[in-house]
Design a protein around this ligand. Structure first.
Ligand code: LIP
Length: 268
């Protein structure tokens, strides 16, 4: 379908088709670990609350192996693996379990996030929620789908028209998030934090949240979600500027007509 429309090149579409299979295989493995989570050894990384288990590492290895079997010279950046340099213009950006803190605590708000960059552009993104069996996909220029059904970001002109997703971490001062929340609440808005930035970005694309803000998020958490929102007709900030790919950055995505107001709240 996408090739017939001349929307993207065959090399990207072939990788997209592979990614749809790989993310489902990874989802089955992650769900198995989730159902046996009492067996997991939980480690804390550098900041408080930043946890990881063998589930994250092994799910990422399964994704990496399947990509390398098909495309051995592609580049790869994974949350646990780090960067693996290849020898072409394709870069896979993967979070094997986004919402790890929820995962290890037995909460279902976690997902798998896979994005592909071609040179400096995001070519496609996939977010899979195995608990809900919902696959969010977007191929550049071809819209956004949930389980194959087209979806659009909300078309609203007030923050009171729905709920805002918000994320934060101990990578940034608490004031960055608290000031945003005060601006949002003072305007009659409301927020949720479900612990998975990737999943909340997917919900913006699917018209379930009015937007998502996080003062600092990593590329593997959000690149797939960014193209989901773009292809669903939402507005996004320039996350990839100033080294966002390797250093992370702030992220703000939303329904188009409230983006400017939300951007103001991020600067309070
Ligand atoms: C998580 C992000 C979330 C952020 C958390 C954490 P992880 O990713 O999805 O938005 O607030 O601090 O970074 O670590 O679960 O893959």
């Amino acid at each position: 379908m996408f090739l017939e429309k001349g929307l993207v090149d065959a090399e990207v579409v072939a990788r997209f088709d592979l990614a749809k299979n790989v993310i489902k295989v990874a989802g089955e493995l992650a769900l198995d670990y989730f159902q046996r989570r009492e067996e997991l050894v939980i480690e804390t990384k550098t900041e408080p609350q930043d946890v990881v288990s063998i589930a994250d590492k092994n799910v990422e290895q399964v994704i990496l192996q399947q990509i390398q079997e098909a495309y051995p010279v592609d580049n790869f950046l994974g949350e646990e693996q780090g960067i693996l340099k290849g020898d072409n213009d394709y870069l896979w950006v993967v979070d094997p379990i986004d919402g790890t803190s929820c995962f290890v605590n037995g909460l279902p708000s976690w997902c798998i996030s896979i994005a592909l960059m071609q040179q400096d552009k995001i070519a496609f993104g996939l977010v899979y929620d195995p608990n809900a069996d919902e696959l969010f996909t977007a191929l550049s220029g071809a819209g956004c789908q949930v389980n194959g059904k087209a979806v659009k970001a909300l078309n609203i002109d007030s923050v009171q028209a729905g709920v805002m997703g918000v994320g934060t971490s101990h990578r940034v001062p608490s004031s960055h998030c608290l000031h945003f929340l005060q601006g949002l609440l003072d305007e009659g808005g409301m927020f949720i934090r479900n612990g998975s930035g990737a999943l909340m970005l997917a919900y913006v694309a699917a018209g379930r949240l009015i937007g998502y803000y996080e003062p600092h998020i990593n590329s593997w958490d959000c690149l797939a979600g960014l193209i989901l929102v773009q292809e669903a007709g939402g507005s996004t900030n320039q996350f990839l500027e100033n080294g966002g790919l390797l250093e992370g950055n702030s992220i703000l995505v939303s329904a188009k007509d409230i983006h400017h107001q939300l951007d103001h709240f991020t600067r309070l």
